[in-house]
Design a protein around this ligand. Structure first.
Ligand code: NOJ
Length: 766
C-alpha cells in the first residue's frame, strides 16, 4: 500500500515534471519557430493562443515589494500579486530590481504560467541608477546632446545590468512654473531644447536594444507640467494652442526617435483625465502620430479618475481608460479586476484588448525577451559593471557641463590654488546624499562626493568648515522636508568666525536633494530655512563670498544676485558632484552651461518664461501710465533669463548675416554670426538662434528658440557659426489646427542668451 502510494506520487511528479518540460518546450517552439516571421506576425501567433484573462493580464502592472527569492508570500497583497503572476495575470512589474530578484520573478512568469510570456521590469531610472548623474534639469543646462545621450547610455547600461528592461524616463514635460517640484525631472521651459534632449535621451536609453539598453517611456502625456499654481497633481487648464505648440513637440520628437512606450499623466485636460483621454491617446498619439508602442498609466491614475469625478467606480474607470487607449494599468488593479467582465458585457470591445496586448507583446519581442527572458539577468555582468570607473568619468563630465556661472564680479573666480584660507559654510557642503537629488531610488545614501571632499583634493589652500545651519532634518522619500526646515541658528557664530578669518568664503546653500521632485511643490522659492539669514550674516563678516547653489529648480535669490560677487548654479549634480564643483571653482573646468529655465525675481511672476506672447499692451508710451501689462512692484523680466550663463572668458558676437532676405516653399535661409573669444582662456559658448513670427493666424511668442550650436574657442579665436532656417523652423499649429508655415515677416535673433541677441529679419513667401 505504502509502496503504491509512493509510486503514485512519483508517477504524478514525473508526469508533472515531464508535463512542465513539454510545456516549456512548446513555449520555446512557439517563439523560435516564428524567428523568421515579421515581428507583427510573431505577436499575432502569441495572441492567438491567449485567453481573455491572459490578455488582460498583459495589461496589468504591479509594484513588487516582497522577498522574491524567499518562500512564496502567504497573505495580503503580496500573496495575491504572487498568485496573479503564477496565473499569467501580470504583464509587467515595477520597482523590482537586482538580477536575483528579477530572475526569480521572471522564472515564475516564464516557467510556471501556461504560456510563459516574460515580464517587463520597469523602474524610474531618471538620472542614473547607482552611478547617479545630474538631475535632468541640470543636464539640460549643458545644451550638450552628446553628453546627455552618453549619460542616458550609462544609466541604461547599469540599470539593465541590474535586471531592468524598461525605464520610466525621460520626462519631457515643458515646465514654466518653478513652484512645481518636478521641474527637476525635465528639460525646462523650451519646446525646441526639450525636443532635442528628448531625442538624445531616447537614443541613449534604447540604443540598439541590446542587453545594455532599456525601453524608454515618455512621460507624462500630457500637460502635467502645467499643474495650476505649480501645485503637484493639480488641475490643468490650457488651450489647444498651448497644448500643440508648447507641450506636445518634445513628445512628438521622442516618438519619432523611436520611443517604445509612453506614460499618461495624473492631470485632466479639457475636463477629462489624461488616462481616460481619447483625444490625447487615440486621436493624437496613436492616430495622427501613428505610435506603435504602448501607453502605461501613471501610478494609480486609473483609480484617480474616481476622485477626479470622471468615473463612478473602478470598473467604470477601467472602461474609460481602456477605451481611451491606456494599454497598461500601473497599480490601480482596475484592468485585472474588471476588464474581462467589461468585454463580456460589451462595454469594451475585444479588439481594444487585442490592440493593447499586441503593443505590449511587440515591445517584449523588440527587447528580445521572447528569445531570452533572462537577457538582463546576468549576475556576473551586474557585478562587473555596476559603478565602474568609466561610468563615474562619464557622469563627472556631465556634471561639469551642467554647471552655470550666474555671476562673477571682478573675476573672483576661479580661485587661486595656493596660499589662501578658505571658509566653507553650509550643511550642503558636507552632504553626501543631497547631491544625488530627487528620483534616484536605485542609488545608496551617502555615496556622492561632497563639495568638501571635492575641495580637499586641492591641497594648496587651507580649508575651514562650518555648518552654519541645517537645511532639512528629514530625509525620507515620503516626508515633506520643506515643512520641517530647521530654524536653529546656533551655528551662525562659528560660521561668522570662520568667515572673518578667511580670504574667501564658499557658501553652499539651496535645497536638499529631496526638497524638489514629485510631491515637492513650494509656494516660496527662496533659500529654505534660515539659509538666507546665514548668507547675509556671513556676508557682513566677509563679503568675498562665492555662493554655490544646489537646488532642483530655479530659486528666487534677488539679494544674492545683487550683493554676492560670485554665484554658481550647481543643481543636484549626482554622485560626482563635489569633484565637478571643485574643478569649476578652481578653473580646471571653465563653465559653459546656460539656464534651461528662467529664474524669477519673485514667486509672484510665475509662471515665467522667455517665449511669452507680446499681449496687446506690452508697453506704455506715457511714463506714468499703469495701463499696460506689468507689475507695479517688480519688473517683468526674470532675474536670470532662459539661455543665460557666463564663462571665465568673454565672447563677442558680430556680423550677423542672412544669405538672403526671403525664402519660399521648399527653400531656406542661412544665418551666420561671428563669435569671438575676447578673454584670456579657452571657453565654450552655446550660440542660440531665435525667431519671431510677427503676425500670424494665431499669436506667436516674442522669441522662440530654433537652433543652437556650441563654439569651443581659444583666446582671441573667432568662429563663424551658421544656422539654416527652413519651413520646419517656422511651422506652428495654426488656426487651421494643423502644423504649417504661414507667409509673413519674421525677426531673427542670435546671441549667448535669450535676452542678449543681435537682430535681423526675413520674409517667408508661400
Ligand atoms: C508616479 C510618477 O508620476 C511617475 O513619473 C513614475 O514613473 C511612477 N510614479 C512610477 O514610479
Amino acid at each position: 500500500m505504502k509502496f503504491t502510494i509512493q509510486t503514485t506520487v512519483l508517477a504524478v511528479v514525473v508526469v508533472t515534471v515531464l508535463g512542465c518540460t513539454a510545456a516549456r518546450q512548446d513555449k520555446k517552439k512557439l517563439y523560435t519557430d516564428t524567428e523568421k516571421l515579421p515581428i507583427d506576425r510573431k505577436v499575432d501567433s502569441v495572441l492567438a493562443l491567449m485567453r481573455l484573462e491572459e490578455k488582460v493580464g498583459q495589461m496589468n502592472q504591479y509594484n513588487g515589494f516582497w522577498d522574491f527569492t524567499g518562500p512564496a508570500p502567504t497573505g495580503g497583497l503580496a500573496a495575491q500579486k504572487y498568485d496573479h503572476i503564477k496565473k499569467g495575470l501580470v504583464g509587467a512589474m515595477l520597482n523590482v530590481r537586482g538580477v536575483k530578484d528579477v530572475k526569480a520573478l521572471q522564472k515564475i512568469a516564464v516557467e510556471e504560467t501556461r504560456l510563459g510570456i516574460p515580464l517587463l521590469f520597469g523602474f524610474d531610472v531618471v538620472h542614473g541608477y547607482k552611478t547617479v548623474s545630474p538631475i535632468p534639469l541640470a543636464e539640460a543646462a549643458s545644451w550638450d546632446m552628446e553628453a546627455i545621450k552618453k549619460s542616458a547610455e550609462i544609466a541604461a547600461a547599469e540599470a539593465a545590468a541590474a535586471g531592468l528592461n524598461w525605464t520610466f524616463a525621460p520626462m519631457v514635460d515643458v515646465t514654466r512654473d518653478a513652484r512645481w517640484g518636478r521641474v527637476m525631472e525635465g528639460s525646462g521651459e523650451d519646446p525646441y531644447l526639450g525636443s532635442q534632449i528628448a531625442i538624445a535621451r531616447v537614443k541613449g536609453f534604447q540604443g540598439n536594444l541590446t542587453e545594455f539598453n532599456l525601453a524608454a517611456c515618455i512621460k507624462h502625456f500630457a500637460g502635467y507640467g502645467f499643474s495650476e499654481s505649480g501645485r503637484d497633481y493639480n488641475t490643468v487648464d490650457i488651450s489647444n494652442n498651448t497644448l500643440h505648440n508648447i507641450i506636445l513637440p518634445p513628445f512628438k520628437a521622442a516618438e519619432e526617435a523611436g520611443a517604445l512606450t509612453f506614460m499618461n499623466s495624473f492631470n485632466e485636460l479639457e475636463g477629462i483625465p489624461a488616462t481616460g483621454n481619447h483625444y490625447l491617446q487615440r486621436d493624437i498619439l496613436k492616430g495622427e502620430w501613428n505610435f506603435k508602442g504602448f501607453v502605461v498609466s501613471d501610478w494609480g491614475s486609473l483609480a484617480e479618475m474616481i476622485p477626479h469625478g470622471y468615473a463612478k467606480d473602478l470598473k467604470e474607470a477601467a472602461m474609460h481608460a481602456a477605451n481611451a487607449g491606456s494599454d497598461m494599468d500601473m497599480e490601480s488593479y482596475g484592468y485585472v479586476q474588471h476588464l474581462a467582465e467589461l468585454v463580456k458585457e460589451g462595454k469594451v470591445k475585444e479588439e481594444v484588448i487585442d490592440d493593447a496586448v499586441r503593443r505590449i507583446l511587440k515591445v517584449k519581442f523588440l527587447l528580445g525577451l521572447f528569445d531570452n527572458p533572462y537577457k538582463y539577468c546576468d549576475e556576473a555582468r551586474e557585478k562587473a559593471i555596476t559603478g565602474k570607473k568609466e561610468f563615474h568619468d562619464g557622469v563627472l563630465d556631465m556634471a561639469k557641463k551642467s554647471i552655470v556661472l550666474l555671476k562673477n564680479e571682478n573675476n573672483i573666480l576661479p580661485l587661486a590654488k595656493q596660499g589662501k584660507k578658505i571658509a566653507v559654510i553650509g550643511a550642503l557642503a558636507n552632504d553626501k546624499t543631497s547631491p544625488l537629488g530627487s528620483w534616484r531610488i536605485g542609488a545608496d545614501d551617502n555615496t556622492a562626493v561632497s563639495v568638501m571632499e571635492g575641495l580637499k583634493q586641492y591641497k594648496g589652500n587651507e580649508l575651514v568648515y562650518a555648518k552654519g545651519a541645517d537645511v532639512t532634518v528629514g530625509k525620507t522619500v515620503f516626508v515633506s522636508e520643506t515643512k520641517i526646515n530647521t530654524t536653529d541658528k546656533s551655528g551662525f557664530n562659528e560660521a561668522v568666525k570662520a568667515a572673518e578669518n578667511a580670504d574667501i568664503v564658499i557658501m553652499v546653500l539651496g535645497e536638499h536633494g529631496l526638497q524638489s521632485g514629485e510631491g515637492r511643490s513650494r509656494s516660496e522659492l527662496g533659500l529654505p530655512g534660515v539659509q538666507q539669514e546665514l548668507l547675509e550674516t556671513v556676508y557682513k563678516a566677509n563679503p568675498n563670498v562665492v555662493l554655490v547653489l544646489t537646488n532642483g529648480r530655479p530659486l528666487v535669490i534677488p539679494w544674492a544676485a545683487k550683493n554676492i560677487p560670485a554665484i554658481i548654479e550647481a543643481w543636484h549634480l549626482g554622485i560626482q558632484s563635489g569633484n565637478a564643483i571643485a574643478q569649476v571653482l578652481y578653473g580646471d573646468y571653465n563653465p559653459g552651461g546656460k539656464l534651461p529655465m528662467s529664474f524669477p525675481r519673485t514667486v509672484g511672476q510665475l509662471p515665467l518664461y522667455y517665449n511669452h506672447k507680446n499681449t496687446g499692451r506690452p508697453e506704455s508710451n506715457e511714463p506714468e501710465s499703469v495701463f499696460w501689462s506689468h507689475y507695479t512692484d517688480v519688473e517683468n523680466t526674470p532675474l536670470y533669463p532662459f539661455g543665460y550663463g557666463l564663462s571665465y572668458t568673454t565672447f563677442q558676437y558680430s556680423n550677423l548675416k542672412l544669405n538672403k532676405n526671403s525664402f519660399g516653399k521648399g527653400g531656406s535661409i542661412t544665418v551666420s554670426v561671428d563669435v569671438k573669444n575676447t578673454g584670456k582662456i579657452s571657453g565654450r559658448e552655446v550660440v542660440q538662434l531665435y525667431i519671431r513670427d510677427l503676425t500670424a493666424s494665431v499669436t506667436r511668442p516674442v522669441k522662440e528658440l530654433k537652433g543652437f550650436e556650441v563654439a569651443e574657442l581659444k583666446p582671441g579665436e573667432t568662429e563663424t557659426i551658421s544656422f539654416t532656417i527652413n519651413e520646419k523652423s517656422i511651422e506652428f499649429y495654426t488656426a487651421n489646427n494643423i502644423w504649417e508655415a504661414e507667409a509673413g515677416e519674421f525677426k531673427v535673433f542670435v546671441g549667448g542668451s535669450s535676452d542678449k541677441t543681435l537682430e535681423s529679419g526675413f520674409n517667408y513667401t508661400k
